[in-house]
Design a binder for this molecule. Sequence first.
Ligand SMILES: NC(=O)c1ccc[n+]([C@@H]2O[C@H](COP(=O)([O-])OP(=O)(O)OC[C@H]3O[C@@H](n4cnc5c(N)ncnc54)[C@H](O)[C@@H]3O)[C@@H](O)[C@H]2O)c1
Length: 337
Amino acid sequence: MKKFIVTGGLGFIGSNLIKYLLELGYFVINVDKVSYASNFYNVQEFKKNKLYKFIKLDISDKKKLDQIIKRYKPNCIFNLAAETHVDRSIDRSDDFIQSNIKGVHALLETLLKYKNIKLVHVSTDEVFGNVKKNLRTKENSPYEPLNPYAATKAASDHLINSYINTYKLKAIITHCCNNYGPRQNLEKFIPKIIFSILNKKKIPVYGKGINSREWIYVKDHCKALHKIYLKGKIGESYNIGSNLNMRNIDLVKRIILISKEINIFDKKTKIKFIQDRPGHDLRYALNSNKIRTKLKWSNSINIKNGILKTLNWYKNNKDFYKMIKNKKFKNRLGLRK
Ligand SMILES: NC(=O)c1ccc[n+]([C@@H]2O[C@H](COP(=O)([O-])OP(=O)(O)OC[C@H]3O[C@@H](n4cnc5c(N)ncnc54)[C@H](O)[C@@H]3O)[C@@H](O)[C@H]2O)c1
C-alpha cells in the first residue's frame, strides 16, 4: 500500500488533501506542529480511519522527522507545513522564517538520506509578486516576492531547487493561486466574509476592494497535487490555477448574492472598507497551461458551486468555530461569550 506524509495536515489545504488521499485508499501520516492555525476539527471526519495517523511534530526537528521517515518509508511527502497569513508576517515574521525556511531546510537535509522519496512542495503564486493586468505568470517567470510571507516561500523554493540540482532530490514545486473551501482558518478572506454574513456582522474589505486574486476550490487543488505526485516531472514546477480572477469587492458581492439565494443574508449586513494592508499586491494571476496540457488536469468546480459548498459547510459545522485554537482571536470574534 502506498504511504504518504502530509505536513501541515491540521490546517486548511492539508486536511482537505488528507481527506482526498484517504478516499483514494492511501495510508496517510499527518505531521503537524499544532500551531494557532491548526484545528483538530479539520480531521474529525477521518481521525478514526485505520489508514490515518497523526504525529505532532515541528518539521524543523530533523531527528524526529528522520525517525518518522525511517519508520513509515513513505512514497511521497507533501509539504504544506507553513506559516501562511500575510498580515501576521507583516506584524512579525520570525515564525515565518522558522517554519517556511528553516523547516523546509530541515526537511531537505533529512531527505538526503532517503533520495528515493518524492517531495511535492506546496508553494504559492505570491512568489511572483504583482502581475500586470492581462498578464499571467508562468512557471519560469522571475520571482518577485513583495511581502515577508511570500519572501519566505520564495526562499524555500530556491532552497529546494538548489537541492534538486546539487543532490538530485526527487522534488517538485507547485504554485497554486488562492484556495477557498471547507476548513479554512477564519482569519482568511472568504471565511471572514462568510462568518460576517452568518453572524450579521459588517464585512471587512481592505482599501477599496480592487485587489484581484485568482480563486480555486480546494478540492481541485488537492486533485492537482495527487496528479503531480503520479505524473509530474521530477525537478520541475507546476502552476495550479483556475484562470478565474476576481477583485475582492466583486467576490464579496458574489458571495452576498449566493447567500441571498439560500436565504442566509440579513439585509442589514453591510460592507465596511478598512485601512489597506501595507504593500498590498494588486494582482496575482497564474498561467496554468503546463499542468493542463502535460498532466491533463483541469479544475472542475465553478465559483458558484464552490461558494455554495463553502457557505453550507461553515453553516453546518459549528464545532469548527469552537475548536479554533487562538483564544484572543476567538474573543475578538465574540466566539467565547
Ligand atoms: N491557502 C491558500 O490559498 C494557499 C495558496 C497557495 C499555497 N498555499 C500553501 O499551502 C500550504 C498550506 O496552506 P493553508 O492555507 O492550508 O495553511 P494553514 O495556515 O491553514 O495551515 C498550515 C498548517 O501547517 C502547520 N505548521 C506550520 N508550521 C509548521 C511546522 N514548522 N511544522 C509542522 N507543521 C507546521 C500549522 O500548524 C497548520 O496546521 C502552505 O504552504 C501555503 O503556503 C496556500
